[in-house]
Design a protein around this ligand. Structure first.
Ligand SMILES: *[C@@H]1O[C@H](CO)[C@@H](O)[C@H](O)[C@H]1NC(C)=O
Ligand SMILES: *[C@@H]1O[C@H](CO)[C@@H](O)[C@H](O)[C@H]1NC(C)=O
Ligand SMILES: *[C@@H]1O[C@H](CO)[C@@H](O)[C@H](O)[C@H]1NC(C)=O
Ligand SMILES: *[C@@H]1O[C@H](CO)[C@@H](O)[C@H](O)[C@H]1NC(C)=O
Ligand SMILES: *[C@@H]1O[C@H](CO)[C@@H](O)[C@H](O)[C@H]1NC(C)=O
Ligand SMILES: *[C@@H]1O[C@H](CO)[C@@H](O)[C@H](O)[C@H]1NC(C)=O
Ligand SMILES: *[C@@H]1O[C@H](CO)[C@@H](O)[C@H](O)[C@H]1NC(C)=O
Ligand SMILES: *[C@@H]1O[C@H](CO)[C@@H](O)[C@H](O)[C@H]1NC(C)=O
Ligand SMILES: *[C@@H]1O[C@H](CO)[C@@H](O)[C@H](O)[C@H]1NC(C)=O
Ligand SMILES: [Zn+2]
Length: 763
């Protein structure tokens, strides 16, 4: 970008960290170097008895060189090389090629993309690049042109279909494209339910309750039409089925996805009346037939009938153009306030239609069905120079519902450029990181995080030993406004430091990505770990420190409905990216530089830039919230939180004492560095309760609870036990959970204690 930004940053006192001061000291000072080498040589000589009065022999010199390589710290000038090398036009070309056509998981273009990534990574100089195969239960609409179509149509009493009321099954621009999926929600059961139509707002439990109780509509046997958003797709079907409904039609109301008065695509990136969001309707992420184990060819697959995460009734998305024709003909009362969207019609509840549609019902023709498909993760590696068995991993999913230029091909395009830059540095002998850098392109994320979750299930033990950080990207570039980050507490400072070193994508030479992100606040916002993307299993199953990041648009004035207007539709394409989101690809470059700098920083510093004391406020706030929310109820049951409180105090004490351990570390002793690095990672992993009943997620702080009773989700195990049943067995389960969490937090404290504390701390 601006020439000389590196110098500006390096010279600026904004960048104040250990690494910088160390570099300035050692840079270009040959005398100092000589003295330093002398000292190290002395050390080595004394330790292993090779010291000779007459000076170093050739053998000694070789040994010394090897030793120095072990303790050589990160060279910050590599940062500028990486940043200079990252080329926005190459990222643009990557995206143009990769988002050229739809590439839904398991289809031919998806498999071709996996192979293309593997081959390009190898060509780019990675030491390894492999395809890791799985057999996943996926779900497709009818594919190809000749078959049936997923549609809604009105019918008369004898089932005659009024074809002029048939809804569209694909965006007109994609009609005839053999790889483009029709409108569908993955894992909907196939079926052809017929019933009167009822407008059910967002399809939440309270919406159906209103229909049945306040509006006195008997929902049994009816079909709901609901607006997109505010509730998971599959949950809308579960809620509708609970009141006896037989099908759910979903449409994106413009009020929830667009900004009123602004033009739609092709004149902007707002959703036109022909676009429809695809998506997964699974209740929980993870391959449904192989819970707890990887979906390998030899895996045990439970019978389809045993799967409890599918929507119970057919569910199908349609466009708002089509929805308008149905909703405007509904009979019955007008909807209550807050239920209407912004279509230019009067919204009514139904049931059924008025006027010339009066005798008609609605028929859903849903041909969506499951099938087992071969899908690959692509895993590549630059082997570490000193610690090849310690991995820093960067990953994003490469599958998309349609072309997915934003979600998530923008990340794949960036990852491809990073492999080129890192691969070149390694093959040209200019730089090889201390630890291994692993690149991952996940398959079938859109269906429910399948690629990353099955990979974590497959390699949980190995990753527990070796993985020190996972950096994720998803919906890479959806705007030019600000970075958006979710992360483990231990990565906060590393993320702040890295983003302070990357110039802003805007034409503001003295501003950084950090400045854009902070928006004038003292520290920028970092969210928690969610189930929305591929970092979750690393964090919640293995306990790896993780983060995910994206460059987002300014959401002020935007409705809540969706990630961005054309999300998961046939309009998330290269044209939208080039004309409306990131015309000069400067945002892509800034995000690539941020990722590149994070990978360099985390993989090359002798001491891992991970924090540990950031867990203290999380734990104390969690305890406080638990006491506030459930204290009285627990007390009534004789359940005390003293042990939990003690474990948290012990953790706080261990965290305070760990700084001393760190201060004492001799960074010129690679074994000592490795010792504290292992502790820095271990403390994160210690929050995993391997005995947790949750088949996928075992983190005692960050796993999402199944249900909520109060406002606090601090300890999901306690929350789940409480909403699982307030009496009898429920309270026994709460007691068990409190003890398990106490033990797990104490284990995290133990992980931080000095190595001689195997029988407990000394205080
Ligand atoms: C499905 O739609 C295609 C157009 O995309 C059409 O050619 C085909 O006849 C339709 N199938 C049926 C069964 O109507
Ligand atoms: C309506 O469409 C269906 C499916 O495309 C077709 O089978 C049927 O013949 C059509 N009916 C009429 C009356 O055109
Ligand atoms: C529905 O009825 C309940 C109880 O009769 C009432 O409290 C509630 O306000 C009503 N809801 C709406 C949205 O009118
Ligand atoms: C609702 O409709 C169903 C099906 O028509 C019927 O069996 C049921 O008795 C009705 N419930 C009420 C409360 O009217
Ligand atoms: C719902 O209708 C009211 C009254 O017509 C209108 O003022 C309001 O803007 C509508 N809501 C939306 C989201 O358009
Ligand atoms: C859906 O697919 C399953 C296998 O995945 C098969 O057993 C079932 O018969 C299919 N259902 C329909 C309606 O095609
Ligand atoms: C960000 O993008 C918007 C919309 O494309 C544009 O109007 C705005 O100028 C851009 N902002 C910056 C700082 O480049
Ligand atoms: C504990 O929680 C209460 C109520 O939420 C809050 O007012 C108080 O500030 C919290 N105390 C601490 C130490 O966080
Ligand atoms: C906390 O540490 C103290 C002192 O070692 C110990 O007595 C106590 O049992 C620890 N708490 C827990 C929950 O293990
Ligand atoms: Zn995505």
């Amino acid at each position: 970008m601006e020439p000389g930004y590196g110098a500006i940053l390096l010279g600026s006192d904004r960048v104040e960290n250990f690494e910088e001061s160390k570099r300035t000291m050692s840079k270009g000072r040959s005398i100092l170097l000589a003295v330093l080498c002398g000292c190290v040589a002395l050390g080595v000589g004394v330790i292993i008895g090779w010291f000779s009065k007459t000076g170093l022999t050739e053998e000694d010199r070789v040994a010394l060189d090897k030793f120095r390589a072990l303790v050589r710290d990160a060279d910050g000038t590599v940062r500028n090389t990486i940043m200079d090398e990252i080329d926005s036009e190459r990222i643009r070309e990557n995206l143009r090629e990769l988002a050229r056509r739809p590439h839904m998981a398991g289809t031919a273009p998806d498999l071709e993309m996996a192979e293309l990534l593997r081959q390009t990574w190898l060509d780019n100089g990675l030491d390894e690049a492999r395809l890791v195969p799985y057999d996943f239960l996926l779900s497709y609409p009818p594919m190809g042109e000749m078959g049936e179509n997923n549609t809604v149509v009105t019918v008369d009493g004898v089932g005659y279909e009024f074809n002029d009321t048939r809804t569209a099954h694909i965006e007109p621009e994609l009609q005839g494209d053999p790889d483009a999926p029709q409108f569908f929600y993955a894992f909907s059961p196939p079926g052809n339910p017929v019933g009167e139509l009822v407008f059910a707002n967002y399809g939440r439990p309270q919406d159906f309750e209103y229909l049945e109780k306040n509006a006195s509509i008997n929902c049994t046997g009816k079909i709901a039409i609901v607006k997109y958003g505010r509730e998971l797709r599959g949950a809308k079907a579960t809620n509708a089925a609970a009141v006896g409904m037989v099908g759910v039609i979903i449409y994106p109301d413009p009020a929830d996805v667009n900004v009123p008065g602004l033009p739609v695509y092709p004149d902007s990136w707002f959703l036109p009346g022909t676009g429809v969001e695809r998506g997964s309707a699974l209740a929980d992420p993870g391959e449904p037939l192989t819970p707890g184990y990887p979906a390998t060819d030899y895996a045990y697959r439970r019978p389809l009938g045993d799967v409890d995460v599918f929507p119970p009734i057919p569910i199908l998305p349609i466009s708002y153009n089509d929805a308008q024709e149905y909703v405007r003909r509904l009979s019955g009362e007008e909807v209550p306030s807050g239920w209407n969207g912004s279509l230019p019609i009067t919204y009514r509840l139904g049931p059924g239609f008025t006027d010339d549609w009066a005798a008609r019902e609605v028929r859903m023709n849903v041909y969506t069905n499951t099938s087992i498909q071969r899908v690959y993760n692509v895993i590549g590696m630059i082997k570490g120079r000193v610690e090849p068995d310690r991995y820093v991993m960067f990953g994003n999913h490469y599958d998309a519902w349609v072309q997915g230029a934003i979600d998530d091909t923008s990340s794949t395009a960036i990852s491809l450029e990073l492999t080129r830059v890192f691969g070149n540095l390694a093959t040209e002998g200019k730089w090889r990181p201390r630890r291994s850098v692993v690149f991952a392109a996940w398959g079938a994320e859109e269906f429910g995080l399948f690629g990353s979750m099955e990979y974590v299930e497959q390699y949980a033990k190995l990753l527990g030993e070796r993985l020190v950080t996972y950096v994720n990207m998803d919906v890479g570039v959806s705007g030019n406004y600000s970075l958006a980050v979710g992360a483990s507490p231990s990565l906060r400072n590393a993320i702040y430091e890295a983003t302070k070193r990357v110039p802003s994508p805007h034409n503001t030479p003295d501003k950084t990505v950090y400045d854009d992100w902070a928006q004038g606040k003292e520290t920028p916002f970092i969210g928690g770990i969610t189930l929305s993307t591929d970092h979750s299993s690393f964090a919640l199953r293995v306990g790896t420190p993780v983060m995910t990041m994206a460059y987002d648009h300014d959401k002020t004035g935007y409705p809540i409905g969706t990630a961005y207007p054309v999300y998961h539709t046939g309009y998330d394409n290269m044209d939208v990216m080039e004309r409306f989101v990131d015309p000069d690809f400067s945002v892509h470059r800034a995000l690539a530089r941020t990722a590149g700098e994070l990978l360099r920083y985390l993989s090359d510093e002798v001491l891992l830039p991970l924090e540990w004391e950031q867990y203290v406020p999380v734990l104390t706030a969690g305890l406080n919230a638990t006491e506030t929310d459930y204290g009285t109820a627990l007390e009534e049951q004789g359940i005390r939180l003293d042990g939990l409180s003690s474990a948290i105090q012990n953790f706080s004490a261990a965290a305070a004492a760990f700084q001393d351990i760190l201060d004492r570390v001799d960074k010129d002793n690679p074994i000592q560095a490795r010792m504290v690095n292992d502790q820095l990672v271990a403390v994160n992993k210690a929050f995993i309760d391997t005995n947790s009943q949750h088949v996928f997620f075992k983190h005692v702080l960050f796993s999402p609870p199944y249900c909520t009773v109060g406002t606090s989700n601090a300890f999901p195990g306690i929350v789940d036990a409480m909403c699982g049943g307030p009496q009898g067995e429920g309270w026994e389960e709460v007691k068990k959970q409190v003890a398990a969490i106490t033990f797990t937090i104490q284990s995290a404290a133990d992980a931080l204690n000095d190595v001689d504390s195997i029988a407990g701390p000394k205080w």
